[in-house]
Each structure stands twice: as C-alpha cells, then as structure tokens.
Write a protein that binds this ligand. Structure first.
Ligand code: ZN
Length: 353
C-alpha cells in the first residue's frame, strides 16, 4: 500500500516535471501509431517472452542489444517482451535519460524507488549496500532481481532492472490483467495509456502465454498445478499424519485444496511416465518426467486425462482433483522427485513459493 502511494506521488511529480506538452505529444504519437502502424497482426514468430512479434516501428525504435534481455525476462515472468520495452521507453527512454535518477529518487533503467526495489519493511532511503543485496531483498519482500547472478541486484544493470520490472508487473496482475498491472507500476491513467500505447506500437499480433497453460500464479520455474486462486493446505515436511494421527510423518509434497472439478495442470513441459491408480496411497496418480532431471507427481485425482508416453506442455490438463487413495478429502497432492516415487524434494522453490 505504502509503496503504491509513494510511487504515485513520484510519478505525478515526474509528470508535472515533464510538463503537459510532453503528454500532448505522447497522445499524438499514440494516435499516429493507432492510425498507421497498428493494423498488421502477422508474423507471430518468437522464441521467448511469450508469443508476440515485433512491429516495424519496434524494429526501428527498440535498441537491438536490449531485445534478448527483454525476451528472457518476459519468458521468465510470462510478460510480453514488447511490454517491458514499452516500460523502458517510457521510464528512461531506453536508459538514455540523463543519470536515470528522478527528482523523487526513483533510480535506474526502470525507475524503481530503492524502497520498492528492496521492500518497504526496511524503512526510508535504504543505502545501496542494502538495496542491492539479494538476501536483504528476500528479507524485505521487494521486487529487485539479481538476474545476471553477480551477487548484486542493480537497478542500473539492464538485466537486473528488466527482470525486476517483469517481476513487478507479473506480481501486479500480469498479462491477464494488464491495465491493473501497469496502473500498479504508476497510479495514473495517463501513464497506463502511455505504456499501453508503446506496447501496442512495438507489438505485432496478440500476446499468448509462454505455454498453453500460462497465467497460473507462481513465479518459480514451474507453474502452479492448479488454477488461481491457489490455496495450500499442507506443506512439505514433518506433520501429523491426517489419517493415522501419528506425529512425525514426513509429508513428501504440497497439498492444494479445490473441488472435484478443479483441473490439475502440468507444472512444466515433459513426458508422462506414470498414469494409473496407485495402490501405495496416491490413488489416481500421474508422474511427468521433465528435461531438468526432475519428476512431478500429481496424486488423489478423480480422473486421469493423460497416458504414459504422452508429451505435455505447461498447463496441460493431466486430470481432475479428487480424493482417491489415502486421502481425507478432495485435494491435490503435488510432489517433485529426483526419480519415480524416490528421492522427493521440496516443491516450494520450483513453484516460487
Ligand atoms: Zn499430500
């Protein structure tokens, strides 16, 4: 809340600083683009950042060296890469706006306040040594990302900054709720229109999620196995066994609640290696093998929608939620393993939990 208010104040400040002339000019630009450029929806090529192509204007205006970075960030957070380019354009004109410090203290390529970057729990004006520290960002729940893995989340580093922008947009509604997501970045309708204007000018075609099931929450490398909103009823680790009542049972997965109609979704691309009723307690159970060396397991389902040998994409439906096998109620038991039923690991980091 606090950061949103602050962000708004800052952006209003910027807006006034630029003057109304700039706004009028931008409106004209957008209008021109709508008239001229925004008609063709061909070439849905693309290798990352979801399925969206670049327009002729985008080819001309977006600096080539940034495109792979936008694409990588877009792919990771399921955001159109041309939207990230639009933010970069609006915030600092692709990193060319002076020293990239606003009068209100927003910094770097995408003009984050240090407080938003780090998380507002720390308090006002965190020093660089603090807001650049990924451990401190994790502690205070900010949006800064150390995408180039150099140990520093640096708002002036294009990769860190672009990933942080995509992270922020993703956590604010993402492509499924684009108006809200942009509004969250800066609470002003003129700002939303401006970013949307560039996004449309730079894009050809419509965005479709990275894989067919995109849009589920979760910012790990895997998507959630159930649609949003996600409710977890039991985490990974020691707990009291819900069936026997004995303490110290080790729960080798995460339980998600839902109804018998809830579709169960593949968390990432892979090949089905198990799909049958399991007598060991998992009931109707699917296991998918992934190229990263891990296996995902989906248990207690009411129905099975895939068969062994089938390749599935992120978000493919593998079955419906149920309560088959050793289960006290309708839920999904989801596990990540290093083998088929052996060597379980904590799924939380895979799901970004
Ligand atoms: Zn379970």
């Amino acid at each position: 809340m606090n950061d949103i208010v602050k962000k708004r104040l800052i952006k209003w400040g910027l807006g006034l600083g630029l003057g109304n002339i700039a706004l009028v000019l931008f409106s004209f630009l957008i209008l021109l683009a709508l008239l001229g450029n925004f008609v063709d929806g061909k070439n849905k090529n693309d290798s990352g950042g979801g399925d969206i192509g670049i327009s002729e204007l985008g080819e001309k205006e977006i600096p080539k060296e940034f495109i792979p970075v936008y694409k990588e960030a877009g792919k990771k957070y399921d955001i159109a890469w041309t939207l990230i380019a639009a933010f970069h354009k609006v915030e600092t004109n692709f990193g060319t706006a002076g020293n990239m410090v606003s009068s209100a203290g927003a910094i770097g390529h995408f003009q984050f306040l240090p407080e938003t970057w780090l998380g507002w729990g720390y308090g006002k004006a965190p020093p660089k040594s603090v807001y650049e520290d990924p451990a401190m960002i994790a502690r205070y729940g900010g949006y800064g990302v150390d995408a180039d893995n150099d140990g520093k989340a640096d708002p002036y580093n294009i990769k860190d900054a672009a990933f942080s922008c995509a992270n922020y947009v993703s956590k604010s509604g993402g492509m499924a709720d684009l108006q809200s997501a942009i509004f969250a970045y800066n609470h002003a309708q003129w700002y939303v229109d401006k970013v949307m204007g560039y996004y449309k000018m730079y894009s050809s075609g419509d965005y479709t999620p990275v894989e067919n099931g995109g849009g589920n929450s979760g910012n790990g490398k895997y998507k959630m196995p159930v649609p949003s909103p996600v409710t977890i009823t039991s985490g990974y680790g020691s707990r009291v066994d819900p069936i026997t009542g004995t303490a110290g049972e080790f729960h080798k997965g995460i339980d998600f609640s839902g109804s018998i109609a809830t579709p169960i979704l593949a968390v990432t691309n892979g090949t089905v290696v198990y799909s049958q009723f399991n007598n060991g307690g998992f009931g109707n159970c699917v296991i998918i093998q992934h190229s990263d060396g891990y296996y995902s397991l989906y248990g207690h389902m009411s129905s099975l929608n895939v068969s062994v040998g089938q390749s599935v994409k992120t978000g493919s439906k593998v079955g419906n939620m149920g309560t088959t096998g050793s289960s006290t109620g309708v839920h999904l038991h989801f596990g990540v393993y290093k083998g088929i039923f052996v060597n379980p690991v904590d799924p939380s980091p895979f799901l970004g939990l």
